[in-house]
Every structure is written in structure tokens, then in C-alpha cells.
Design a protein around this ligand. Sequence first.
Ligand code: PEP
Ligand code: MG
Length: 587
Amino acid sequence: MITLRGIPVSAGVAIGPALVLDAEGVRIPQRRVAPEQVNGEIARLHAALAAAAFEATQTQRDITARLGPQYGAIFAAHALLFEDPDFLASLDVLVRTERFSAEYAVSRAVREFVRTFESMGEGTFLAWRSADLFDIEKRILKHLLGDRREPLRDLREPVIVLARELTPSETATLDRNKVYAFATEHGGRTSHTAIMANAMDIPAVVGLGHFLNDVSSGDPVIVDGGEGVLVLDPDDEVLAHYRKARDARLIKSGVWVTERNLPSVTTDGVHIALFGNIEFPDEATACTARGAGGVGLYRTEFLYVGRDSDPSEEEHFRAYLRVIREMGEGRPVVIRTLDLGADKFVAAHGPKEPEKNPSLGVRSIRLCLRDTPLFTKQLRAILRASAFGDVRVMFPMIATLPELRKCVFLLREVMEDLREAGVAFNPNVPVGTMIEVPSAAVMANEFAREIDFFSIGTNDLIQYTVAADRTNELVADLYSPADPAVLRLIKAVVDAARTHGKGVNVCGEMSGDPLFTPLLVGLGLRQLSLAPNNLPAVKAMVRRLDVGDCERIAVEALSLESARDVTNYLLRQRQRIHPEAAGGGEE
Ligand code: PEP
Ligand code: MG
């Protein structure tokens, strides 16, 4: 038996036979063809392009019908590439002039295309990420090489898919009834693949590191998407444990609908507000269905997925309105301004030259403050939406006070413009800042004087505190919400908010993991915002907590010296407080 830990991206437990894909990887050697073979190579290439384009359009239609246009749009962008004249011309040159094989030409043209696209200027957004580009490349290569992934389409028995990496379209086309779960060697939490897995409710773990050599198709495996665990060849005891967890979750998944209206209160009567995190307006229904008290984080940069032009102010406004209407009276919607760049979507508005360290470069608020037309367009839309519900505006990635002041200044300017134009908005719209850079956490007292609320973005706060890329599985051992330095920063932020009577929330993935709920409550948090899938499990944990007990847990956790010690301590506490939650991911 081998137990592996990776990055949990979609909760749930699945047990079944493995289907191993891509163990040997697809390698495309640089190969040239003889002059008399060129025409044949061009014909092969065009046939593969046509088949791949057709397939991308099909996927777009399927996904639009199944999951909505926001998801379909990702594949619409894929389909567009097949008609791009520059892309087609470069393929032509590579085969006709350089006499490369069709396979090699595709591989090379895709990479060149990425580079050109990245350095493009003016008014267009590049909503691709490397996973999408691999996707397109693989689609074409599949038709040239023969489909190595055909097993995914004609599954007779349910399986657990194990692969080096799954692309967003491979994920989106998985048959939910035949694929119980998937686990991959590569990948990060914020990839489109992860978003798709969550939206389709397929348990998934990514970034597990090399394991495909240790498993064969047909071997029994377990995926625990809530805990980020993959077990190969489990023994009887482990199998029995996970069967129980899986069955409990299945039973519970029917129950959460009836439980969604149960109050989120501790046993000693303290209310812990639970809000949802969303990327697309459609997900607001997943929040209301699970009884969320509002949307605590709307990641608006996802408006830019799968399109090659900027959304207009009207498109921003309409998207916000949809979320506000779905949430209805009394449920706030925290709209975060654009967090483009780094591992998110590369923006043509961003730096002209590729950055050496994009996560430390012109991303997020830095990008918006350099492109005020982009920023003010969004601020106008948010303010207009504030006339229709309890909208709150939040700035991401703030590192310094002057940055925050610039944002607030721009917001006030936009208010002035709207007022002059007689456009309705809420002049008292609450303004908050994310705390996801250690400098902001350290300066939380000063920040608290200038805003209405904090939202602690632990995903980035962890990566910047321990200097470990959140998408790099090779440093995933360093990247832990249980790191004592991270806990101390969270405490400092909560204390500062309390001192100044300001709101404070945690909206990183940490708040969706019930393991951390006692600790966060003990640190003083009374509001958490999390992926809708995790709401039932976190509420179930809240309803078993006693605040005094949580405070003791927080004091003890803060006295420990390593993430491992903190994690082990919290695991013991979870076992004591809510033993059924252990190993079960979402209840
Ligand atoms: C975070 O960093 O914790 C966060 C919520 O923002 P994102 O994951 O979108 O970077
Ligand atoms: Mg962040």
C-alpha cells in the first residue's frame, strides 16, 4: 500500500480500479521529412486540424449546455485558435519550408504562438494558461498520433483516472457516471482543471508528484479529494475506513439540502457566518443551495476566461447583477476587483516583456493601478451594481498603505463621476482589502484605520510568507496553512480588525477545510468564505464547536514550532470534536 498526498482540488471520496493514462508521456522528437513527403504531411496536418477544431466546437456546445456559457467560453477560445491565420501560416512554414514533421510543427507552433500572444499589446486579453495550450496541442496531436486517451470515451466500467496531467477539456468531457475521481502528478489548485473538477463535483487531487510508475490500470485505488490523498493498493483496514467515509458522504450529500437552513452556530451560541467563494455568476446558485450567508469572494477575473477582448462595463455590471439577484435580500456580495496575472490569466494589459517572477511582478492590483481605464471601468460597474443590493468592494494583493490609498482615491473619483452623471450607487459601499501579502498583515493596524473590512487570502499569504509557489507541487511540503508563521500573521490581522472594530474574514482554501475551523474560530474569526462544495462540512464542524475550547486550541497551536506539529495537533482535535469528519473530506 502506498499513501500519497497532493493538492486537494475537489472534495469527496472515491474507491475503484485505476485507469492509468500517459504513463510514458507524449514526446515529440524533432523530425524532418523528405521533400517528396511534404504534401502528404500537409494533408495529414490539415486533416488533424479540422478534426481537432470540430471537436473543440463540439466540446464548447456540450459544456455550454451542461455547465453554462462561462465554462463553454473556455473552449470557444480553443476553437478560435484553429482558424487563426498566423497560427496556420506558421504551421505551413514549418512543414513546407523547414520540412518538419506535422507533429513537431504543431508542438513548435503552439509554443511560438504563446510567446507572440504574451507580448501582444493593446486592448486584448490573453485568457490562456499553459494547461489550455497543452490542451490544444494535445487535441491536434491526438489526431496525428492516434488517440492515446480514447479509453476515456468508451469506458465500460467506472474507474479512477490517474494521469500525469489532465487538460481542462479532458476534465470537462469526463463522464461523471464512469469516472469516480481523478488524480494527477502535476497541476495546481487554481488551474482550469481544478475549477472544472469542482464545478462537476468530481473528487480530485492534483500535484501528487511521480506515482504513475507504481500503479497499473486495474489496481484498486482510493482518492480523497477533500484531504488531497491518493492511496494505491490499499489494505483491508484502509479500504474499510474510506468505504465508511465515502458512504457517510453520500448519505450526507442528500442530507445537506435539508440541513442548509440550520444555523451556523457553535454549541455555545456564537454565530459563525459562512459565505461562498465564486468564480462565475452561475455558482451563486451553488451558494444559496448550500445555505451560504452571502458571497464572500467573487473572483471577477474569471470574466476574462476564454475571450480575446475585454469585457465591457455593461458585461461586468450584468454579471454582478446576476449574482446579487441570486443572493437576494440580506446576503452580501463581496466583489473583488481584478486579480489578473501570475498563475491566473496573462493579460495583454500586463508587462510587455515576460517577467522572471510573475507572482512578484505586475499582477493584480499592481496591474490595475497601472491601467486606470481598466480599473475604473470595473469600479463603475461595481458601484452601479451597489444600487441593487448589499455589494461590497474589495481590493486584492495590497502590499502597502499608499497602494490602498490610491485604490480608495480612485473609487471616490469614480463615485464623483457617477454622481455628476446622475447614476445611482451606494455612496456608503463597504470597502475592504485582502490581506495576502505579509507586509499588509504586519501593517494591519494601520490598514484597519482606512477600510471597513479585511479578508485574509491564505492561498497567497502562505505562498508569500514561506516563499513557496502555490502551484508548484515540488514545494508543496513547505506550503501549509498550518505553518506557525502564517498562523501568527492571521492572528495579528484578526487582532487589528477587532481593535478597530472592523470586519475580518478568511477566504483562502484554508477556510474550506474543517480541520482548520476550530483553530480559525479560536483565533477570533466569526466569518469564513469558502468554495460552496465545502460549506456543508464546515457548517457541520461549526455546529460541534465550543468557542472556549477553540480558543484553547488556538493558544496551543500558536505555541507549536512547525506546520507538521500544528497539523498533527489539529488532527487530534478533529478526532476528538468530530470523529466522523476524519478522512472524509466533505461530509
Ligand atoms: C487567496 O489568495 O487566498 C485568495 C482567496 O485569492 P486567490 O486564490 O484568487 O488568489
Ligand atoms: Mg490571492
